[in-house]
Write a protein that binds this ligand. Structure first.
Ligand SMILES: COc1ccc([C@@H]2N[C@@H](C)[C@@H](O)[C@H]2O)cc1
Length: 449
């Protein structure tokens, strides 16, 4: 163990109500929207090969021409209420929304820079419209904020001279001012999702970032901040020099999902996921594999079964409308969630051995276990291996409690549930009412910690 001034200030999960609520969300929506949605992955008819929201970094684009896109930003089809309704229909419990991406364009009328929506034909405060609309739908809001800001003259990738240092001191003040401004303007937001914090210039600011995180938490008690905001004084990110998670949850699962419970080291975490392989901002040409509703439902189940949240990204067009493919996916996921949401919301890791047919989840604070079945075996027999001496009192279909199963005991802690012959066009959920086993002396078995 090394002594750290600016490492993690907490070991283990947060246990306060705000974090319990976040932990129980299960399914969230990410929205990447900004000037990059106007070119939509192409420039002068030429397709950009990278992620659409990074198009400014492409050699094929004159930076000043991109930067002038704020004068073309007039999303006539933008309607935050319809975005929030789509999220509600999908069953998302929270939204993470880009206030400022790497290009530095602010979707709120920040007092600290001219490069904002106030200096665009649209003029109005988009962040406020989104916060109000999602609040109204009862969906929590988390604000995405990129520390890296390609537009700001004082941004530096590293600090190599006195001039760099003077400029970056101004940039640090600017960053703090914007964050305090966001938390003050939009007091209902539940957290901040930081990005653009990997460059040396910021990694060197362990003390400043630590102090700023403390200030933000004081200003907004219960605020949820992930592991990507700040590095410790040795430059360690996400996990400090003692291997302890920075912030309240791990943010490393970007476009990837843990494969087993050991991978999450007992921490909270979210997985943020794109529909195409790697496009966050709107890209008119969706090339390569586009994930299906069934794939995304299975990813949601997998994340919840390992104690995390699955956050699916939407990239609205330059005019503010959501593309048809995304609306269709939201509806498909929503239809499945309407029937099976009990196995997702306020559920977490069940502690049962993973089986090939799918995933287990457990309703937090209860002995209720859900079996989320995606791969029905040819035998129709679903194997269950319970933790020591667990008693299965009842097994029934979540969608129809009258459809019950009598577990066939195979050995001490192993059972089969036999499905009726027939097809299962959609993933389905079986509920297990269980009780902790009794030892012969009547003492309850406690699950090994
Ligand atoms: C250096 O690699 C990346 C990859 C993705 C990102 C951003 N994080 C995602 C959540 C998107 O905002 C993407 O632009 C930044 C740097």
């Amino acid at each position: 163990k090394v002594t750290l001034l600016h490492g993690s200030h907490r070991t283990g999960k947060r246990t306060d109500a705000a974090m319990e609520k976040w932990r129980g969300h299960g399914l969230g929506q990410f929205i990447h929207w900004g000037l990059y949605a106007i070119p939509g992955g192409a420039w002068n008819g030429k397709q950009y090969n990278g992620a659409a929201e990074w198009i400014r970094s492409w050699n094929g684009i004159p930076k000043s021409t991109y930067d002038s896109l704020n004068y073309s930003f007039n999303p006539t089809a933008f309607d935050a209420k319809s975005w929030a309704k789509t999220a509600k229909q999908m069953g998302a419990k929270y939204v993470t929304f880009t206030t400022k991406h790497h290009d530095g364009f602010c979707l709120w009328p920040s007092k600290y820079t001219k490069y904002t929506v106030a200096n665009s034909p649209y003029k109005k405060d988009i962040v406020k419209a989104v916060v109000d609309a999602y609040d109204q739908e009862g969906i929590d809001v988390i604000l995405y904020f990129s520390v890296m800001d390609w537009n700001h003259p004082d941004w530096r990738y590293d600090i190599k001279s006195k001039e760099d240092s003077i400029a970056f001191e101004r940039f640090k003040k600017f960053t703090r001012n914007q964050l305090i401004e966001l938390l003050t303007n939009y007091p209902t937001v539940k957290g901040l999702w930081f990005d653009g914090t990997w460059d040396t210039s910021w990694v060197k600011q362990a003390a400043f970032a630590d102090e700023l995180e403390t200030e933000m938490r004081k200003l907004r008690p219960g605020l949820i901040i992930g592991s990507r905001f700040r590095a410790d004084e040795n430059g360690k990110r996400h996990f400090d020099s003692n291997g302890v998670l920075m912030g309240d949850y791990e943010q490393g699962w970007e476009r990837k999902i843990p494969s087993r419970i050991e991978d999450v080291h007992g921490n909270d975490w979210d997985c943020v996921m794109t529909v195409p392989e790697n496009q966050w901002g709107y890209n008119a040409a969706w090339n390569g594999h586009i994930k299906t509703g069934l794939e995304l439902i299975e990813m949601t189940a997998r994340c919840v079964s390992l104690g995390g949240n699955f956050v699916l990204n939407f990239g609205p067009k330059g005019d503010g409308s959501i593309r048809q493919e995304e609306l269709k996916l939201a509806a498909e996921i929503g239809d499945w969630m309407k029937i099976n949401q009990q196995a997702i919301y306020n559920c977490g890791y069940a502690g049962y051995d993973k089986q090939d047919w799918g995933y287990f989840s457990k309703k937090t604070g209860t002995d209720k276990i859900y079996m989320l079945v995606f791969n029905v075996p040819v035998s129709g027999a679903l194997r269950i291996k319970t933790p020591a001496k667990t008693v299965i009192k009842k097994a029934s279909l979540l969608a129809d409690a009258t459809e019950t199963f009598t577990p066939e005991q195979i050995s001490g802690d192993e059972y089969f549930l036999h499905l009726k012959k027939g097809t299962h066009p959609q993933p389905f959920v079986i509920v297990l009412e269980t009780a902790p086993g009794q030892q012969s002396n009547g003492v309850k078995y406690e699950k090994a910690k």
